[in-house]
Ligand binder design. Sequence first.
Ligand SMILES: *[C@@H]1O[C@H](CO)[C@@H](O)[C@H](O)[C@H]1NC(C)=O
Ligand SMILES: *[C@@H]1O[C@H](CO)[C@@H](O)[C@H](O)[C@H]1NC(C)=O
Length: 193
Amino acid sequence: MASVCFLVTAFSLTVHLSSGYHDHLYRRSDDTNPLSDVVAQQAADIQTNQAKIATLEHKLAAMEAQIHQTPYLFTAHTGTTATYNTGQPILFHHIMYNLGSMYDSLTGTITIPRDGVYLVSIRPDPNGPQNLTVQIRVNGTPKFYAYDEHGGPTGVSAALNLKAGDRITAESDDNGTEVESGTLISVVLIRPY
Ligand SMILES: *[C@@H]1O[C@H](CO)[C@@H](O)[C@H](O)[C@H]1NC(C)=O
Ligand SMILES: *[C@@H]1O[C@H](CO)[C@@H](O)[C@H](O)[C@H]1NC(C)=O
């Protein structure tokens, strides 16, 4: 019984000593205060994180705006038969899409609305036995050709790296060429900068 009493006394003495030690640690507030340092650091962290969140929200809003903006897409076919000489842009009368108002129906010119990678496709439709070669030109310079040697429909697509303001036209490379109503063109922005 006496030894148990001694143990209990020794235990309470230990507890008292150790809590006194911690009191001493936290009460040294005269020169340094670890607790307020921690609070100040956390406040600084919160400010840093709030600034990061604001930046991310801004970037996310810009990405959402880009995703939801009107796509740039022009698809049309000639719709009528007409005769062309070299240097005369083929006119597309039957317009399926002109999203982003890229096409001028008076001049047959597609004006690129913004910098990016565009997919440009052309399908020439020749008159009967005639051969038809259509050039896709950018600012007057031929970029690629599609041939149809009265063997049925042919189409060619090419991805082009284009700048805002570039002008695309489709032209026959011969004079007096009859272009039939099924000649089709498509220009779509696939990757803006
Ligand atoms: C069309 O092209 C083919 C192959 O080059 C040629 O043999 C044929 O004579 C051409 N047709 C016409 C009407 O020019
Ligand atoms: C088409 O006619 C124009 C004007 O007469 C001429 O300059 C051009 O060389 C001709 N093109 C072809 C392929 O014959």
